[in-house]
Ligand binder design. Structure first.
Ligand code: FES
Length: 172
C-alpha cells in the first residue's frame, strides 16, 4: 500500500511539503482549470478590447485650423481645390474666400467647372455660383464658407470649425 502512494507524485503530505501530488488525474484537473481560466480571459479581452482597456478612447483627427500658404501662391481670379482639406480657395482680385467642397444636399464633393465658372455636384446635379450660392438642383442652401485669416507670418490660415457668412472675405 505504501509503495502505491510513493508512485503517485513528487512528494506527499507525509513528507510535509507539497499540497499537490503528481498523478494523471491531478494533471488533467489542472489542465482543465487552466483551459477554463484561459477561455474566461480570452472572452473578457474580447469584451473590453485589449488596447481599449489600457488606452483612453480618443479620436485622432487633423486640426480644423491649418495654413494654406502664401496668398501670392494663388493666382488672381482663381479657384484652387484643396482635396485633402475639402475646401476651395477662391481668389478674386485681392479678396480670398475658403468654401467647403461638401454639397449641401447629401454631402458629395462638388467640383469646380472652369468653363462654366460654377461649382457642380456630380451626384444629383446641384449647381452653385462661384460665390457658393446654390441656383439649381436639390441643394437647399449655399456651400459653407469658412474663416480665412492672415497669420503673423503673412500666410493664409483657414479654420473649418468656424462657418462665416457668405459675404465674409479676406482682403489682402
Ligand atoms: S449630394 Fe450634391 S446634389 Fe445630391
Amino acid at each position: 500500500m505504501e509503495r502505491k502512494e510513493e508512485k503517485k507524485g513528487f512528494s506527499s503530505e507525509k513528507e510535509g511539503g507539497i499540497w499537490f501530488t503528481f498523478s494523471r488525474r491531478n494533471l488533467l484537473t489542472l489542465a482543465g482549470w487552466g483551459l477554463f481560466f484561459a477561455s474566461i480571459g480570452a472572452y473578457l479581452s474580447q469584451i473590453m478590447g485589449y488596447k481599449g482597456f489600457f488606452y483612453p478612447k480618443v479620436l485622432f483627427e487633423p486640426s480644423p485650423r491649418f495654413s494654406v500658404g502664401d496668398p501670392k501662391a494663388f493666382s488672381e481670379n482663381s479657384v484652387t481645390t484643396l482635396k485633402s482639406r475639402k475646401i476651395f480657395v477662391v481668389r478674386d482680385g485681392n479678396s480670398f474666400k475658403a468654401i467647403s467642397v461638401v454639397c449641401q444636399h447629401l454631402g458629395c464633393a462638388v467640383e469646380f467647372s472652369k468653363e462654366k465658372n460654377i461649382f457642380e455636384c456630380p451626384c444629383h446635379g446641384s449647381k452653385y455660383y462661384r460665390n457658393g450660392v446654390n441656383f439649381a438642383g436639390p441643394a437647399p442652401r449655399p456651400l459653407n464658407h469658412f474663416e480665412i485669416i492672415l497669420d503673423d507670418s503673412g500666410r493664409l490660415v483657414v479654420d473649418t470649425s468656424k462657418i462665416v457668412p457668405l459675404e465674409t472675405e479676406l482682403v489682402v
